[in-house]
Structures are given as C-alpha cells and as structure tokens.
Design a protein around this ligand. Structure first.
Ligand SMILES: Nc1nc2c(ncn2[C@@H]2O[C@H](COP(=O)(O)OP(=O)(O)O)[C@@H](O)[C@H]2O)c(=O)[nH]1
Ligand SMILES: [Mg+2]
Length: 372
C-alpha cells in the first residue's frame, strides 16, 4: 500500500485519547495508505510513551518527542515536514475532529481541483452544539472579512485546526511561517503568496474526549495576534509588541498602587526617616505591577508556552522578578549615562525604559518561558 496521507497529531497531555483515536483513524481510512505523526511536547502524562507503545504494534504511528519546546503551530509544522507522504493533514488529538472526513478531504486534494481542504465548524451543515463551549463561538463577521483580505480566500472558519494540503505547498513556504500562536491554517493561507483553491467541509465539532483544553485565549484575540504577526510582525516582533503593551499597562498599575498607598500611608515617616512611606509604596507597587505583568504575559504573550501549576508558576514568577530587577538596573544605568552626556531627562528616561524592556523581553523569553 503506498503512503498517501500523513496525519499530524500535535499533543500535550493526551495520553488517554491516543489509542481510541488511532482505532478511529484506522476505521476511517480503510484502504488508504496513511501514517500518523504524533508530535508531543514532552507531556508530563507520558503521552509520548503511550505513542511509542502504540507504534510498536502499528508502525504507521510515529512519534516526535520534543524536549524543551512548546507550541502547537511549531509542532504542526515540524510534523508536516517529517513525512514523505504527498498530502499532510493536521488534527486535534482530543477527538474534537471527526476522522470520517479524512477520506473526503483527501479526495478533494488528490483530485487536483483543490490544493487545501479543511473542516469548518461554521459552514452550512456543520454543528457545534456538542462542543459545549458557548463561550468560544465563531469569530465575528469582521474577523472573517479581515481573514479574507489577508488570504484572498472566503472562509467560514479561518481559525479551524483541522485541515489538509499538498505537502509540497507546505514545504515550499514552511520557512516563512510564523509559528506564533495556534492558528496555523490562517498562517499558511496568508503566507503562501497566491490564494489557494480551498474546499470547505462542514464539521460536527465534538466535545473533547479526555483531558483539558490548552488553548483558551479568545478567538478574537488569537485572530488579532495572527493578523498583527503577518502585517507588522517583521518590524516589531509580535511577542515583543504584546510584552511591551502589557509592560505599559504595568506602569499604569504601578502608579495606581503607589497613589493609593501614599493616599493611605503618605504621612508618617518610618524608621526615623531612613525608610519612607514612599520607599515602601514604591516597592509594593513595583511588586504588584511585576506580578501583573507576569500573569498577563503568561496568559497572553506566552499562551502557547503557558506555565501552570503552583511550582511552575512560583518558579516562573521568581525568575521573572530576577529578570526585571536586572532590567531595572539597566534602565536606570543607561538613562543616567545619557543624562550625563547631556540628554534631556525625558528622552533619556524613554531610552532607558526601551533598553530595560528589550532586556526583560530577551531574558524572560529565554529563561522564564523558554527552554525548561
Ligand atoms: N505539541 C503540542 N501540542 C499542543 C500544544 N498545545 C495544544 N496542543 C495540542 O493541540 C491540539 C489542540 O489543542 P486543544 O487544547 O484541544 O485546543 P482547543 O481544541 O482549541 O481547545 C490538541 O491535540 C492538544 O493536545 C503544544 O504546545 N504543543
Ligand atoms: Mg481540541
């Protein structure tokens, strides 16, 4: 049987879902030659071990276990580049995507009439009732029309995670994909220079079988991040833009906390004047603002590499605090130096802030949300 289709299954803690999914793939594919590539980001629940156990019995199932890496988009890209199959598909491993659509999607792509097929939760005939997540409904008409503008293709569900395309098209542009965020379909369509011929299949979107969703940024937010990344991401990288915006909000939080602290305790000098209420207020405000930044960056900027659980969060917070305190020194040092070279205080302060932010970003992306 010749290999016709590779099904890429990015996984993060999907151990219990794998065996039943492989059975369903087997049943759905019938006589078609296929392989499944499980791309696991070193899940704590032993998903990769389970995948290897399945692979021993059924060599059509292959495993890529990534160490110290995170992210759905990059996992999907690596999986799609790790096969010789002429057509590649990506789907969730949590049973939300019905494998029964695979043969029809493959027909559409193999016929040559279409270059890409995808399953839409919002096409005519699709349903999402079984999903049970009314909070995560379809992107707005506005978002969809923006998607049309960047991709040149009419899509009812540009955020779909279930699609299939010719492998050569993917490989030709794989190096230009951003890999940021989760919505790789949109990324592919926006990156390929011409509008692809796309066939849409209505999907009956199911509730996930086991485990929990990792991707709970809102659809609209996700979408805006994707668009920003395409348009301006090359000038100011997307993550840095998010990080900087959150940092600016952090300054507002800092000022608000400081103001309320001084409002409450502004009068008395403490410890004979050595440590003032202002010093304490400034420390409290900085701690609150830094924690605020940590929480928001963890939820948004690094949603795809999110830290979770008490010990991971505590360690992340401590590393973030350390990074920021060094960033603060750099900020003050640079600003002070510029002042001495005759800069006006405000531009000096702004350059100091910029240097501090770049430092914070570079270090935290590596040591807080990076490898390990
Ligand atoms: N390799 C890898 N897979 C991921 C990551 N985040 C999510 N996934 C997998 O991607 C698929 C979609 O994620 P899911 O949590 O179901 O998102 P939702 O369907 O939008 O709720 C699932 O199979 C997840 O296990 C990641 O960082 N790395
Ligand atoms: Mg899912």
């Amino acid at each position: 049987m010749t290999l016709q289709l590779a099904i890429v299954l990015p996984t993060l803690n999907e151990r219990g879902n794998l065996r039943p999914l492989v059975d369903r793939l087997d049943a759905a594919m019938g006589e078609i030659g296929w392989e499944a590539i499980i791309v696991d980001d070193n899940s704590a629940d032993g998903t990769a071990d389970e995948a290897r156990a399945i692979s021993l019995e059924d060599p059509r199932v292959r495993v890529i276990q990534r160490i110290g890496r995170r992210g759905l988009a990059s996992a999907a890209i690596e999986g799609m580049c790790a096969t010789a199959a002429p057509v590649v598909a990506v789907m969730d491993a949590d049973h939300q995507h019905d494998p029964a659509l695979l043969p029809q999607m493959l027909d559409a792509v193999q016929s040559g009439e279409y270059e890409l097929a995808y399953a839409s939760r919002f096409a005519e005939g699709a349903s999402t009732e079984a999903w049970g997540r009314p909070d995560r409904v379809k992107a707005s008409g506005f978002a969809n029309s923006l998607a049309r503008r960047v991709t040149g293709v009419e899509l009812s569900d540009p955020m779909s995670g279930y699609f299939m395309l010719r492998a050569d098209i993917l490989r030709a542009d794989a190096h230009r994909l951003s890999g940021v965020g989760f919505k790789i379909l949109l990324d592919i369509l926006a990156t390929v220079d011409r509008p692809l011929r796309v066939k849409e299949f209505p999907l009956h979107f199911a509730a996930r079988a086991e485990g929990e969703s990792k991707l709970d940024r809102t659809v609209v937010f996700e979408f805006l991040v994707g668009l920003y990344d395409k348009w301006l991401g090359r000038i100011i990288p997307t993550r840095f833009a998010l990080f900087g915006t959150i940092g600016a909000a952090g300054v507002v939080v800092h000022m608000a906390v400081l103001a309320s602290f001084l409002g409450l305790f502004g009068r008395p000098f403490l410890f004979g004047g050595w440590i003032t209420a202002f010093d304490i207020g400034q420390t409290v405000a900085a701690t609150v603002a830094m924690t605020f930044n940590f929480v928001l960056n963890n939820a948004l900027t690094y949603a795809d590499k999110r830290l979770s659980g008490f010990s991971e969060l505590a360690r992340g917070w401590a590393k973030f605090a350390l990074t920021c305190s060094v960033g603060l020194l750099a900020n003050v040092g640079v600003a002070g130096l510029l002042l001495r070279f005759g800069f006006h205080p405000y531009p000096a302060a702004i350059i100091g802030i910029a240097v501090g932010s770049v430092w914070n970003f570079a270090l935290s992306s590596r040591f807080v949300w990076g490898r390990y």
